[in-house]
Design a protein around this ligand. Structure first.
Ligand code: SF4
Length: 296
């Protein structure tokens, strides 16, 4: 792929974040946003772009940066600390030894990630409350979202990606993902141009998530063979046709209803004829006796 100038990548990322924040109403006046930073390229990039947004957004909000030091041996937290000091962020390290817990609970050879993430999430929620923050920003980007979509489709029997915005902790917190429209290759290029002090992410010694890796390689392979595939997949997530899916729980929220079975009984037992999905509004307007009522 031809190299793109750093200022072009920067502009693309800024626009993508601005669009995500606007599209999903992620930030409101007075929000105190806790930015969870791991020391990887994604969270550095998110923090940098959110700070730019603080300066130019029409609403006032503040950023409070947190790193959870989970006790991984050799974690070079001082590199993160000196960067945050130099940049003048409101930053704190929260030390919680989840590493020992995970090592104790998970048998050798198994991946730690599920328990580790759950423990980290609990810590993030608690710390957000302690800091008086009402929003937590996470650095998942477009490629994470596409991978999750396929993982759910292929391994979990579920059609779902990642929510760009989620009400959490019984509605007391909002979790936002401002990088949802940002391409990973742009984030990588940006973090290299900015020379963020990236911290190693393999200190936990966990095996990488094999299924996620396989799915990631599948998507990258499609992208190589047909450039633009990732953009098309992201567009698909913004262009859902729920009535063309088979989840009956969606019908009521869509105002769709299955017409009563015809007397001829043409609907298969246990099945639904998609032709018979009709809008609730139309049913309401149907006059008693079967005749069509005029529109209200
Ligand atoms: S890779 Fe390591 S630190 Fe990251 S979630 Fe998995 S176990 Fe935790």
């Amino acid at each position: 792929m031809p190299e793109v100038a750093p200022h072009v990548v920067h502009r693309r990322l800024s626009r993508a974040v601005g669009r995500a924040v606007t599209d999903f109403g992620m930030i409101e006046e007075g929000d105190r946003i806790m930015v969870a930073v791991s020391g990887g390229k994604d969270s550095y990039t998110m923090l940098h772009l959110l700070r730019e947004l603080v300066r130019k957004a029409p609403v006032a909000f503040s950023l409070h940066v947190v790193n959870i030091d989970q006790g991984h041996p050799g974690f070079p937290v001082e590199r993160l600390t000196s960067y945050m000091e130099r940049e003048g962020y409101d930053f704190r390290v929260i030390r919680e030894d989840t590493y020992s817990i995970v090592k104790e609970k998970i048998p050798a050879g198994k991946t730690f990630c599920s328990l580790c993430s759950r423990l980290r999430r609990g810590i993030l929620y608690r710390v957000a409350h302690e800091l008086g923050c009402n929003v937590i920003a996470l650095g998942h980007h477009r490629d994470d979202i596409l991978q999750t979509l396929l993982l759910n489709l292929l391994f979990a029997g579920q059609l779902a990606a990642m929510p760009p915005k989620l009400s959490a902790d019984e509605g007391r917190l909002l979790v936002i993902r401002p990088l949802v429209y940002c391409a990973e290759e742009d984030i990588l290029a940006f973090s290299q141009a900015e020379q963020f002090p990236i911290l190693p992410c393999d200190l936990c010694g966990s095996q990488s998530d094999l299924q996620r890796k396989v799915v990631g390689e599948m998507i990258s392979d499609w992208e190589r063979k047909r450039p633009g595939t990732k953009a098309v997949m992201l567009a698909a997530l913004q262009n859902v046709r729920p009535s063309h899916l088979l989840d009956q729980r969606l019908w009521s929220t869509l105002g769709l209803r299955v017409a009563p079975p015809a007397e001829s009984g043409e609907v298969e037992p246990g099945g639904v004829d998609p032709e018979r999905l009709i809008p609730e509004a139309l049913l309401v307007r149907r006059a008693p006796g079967g005749g069509e009522a005029t529109s209200a």
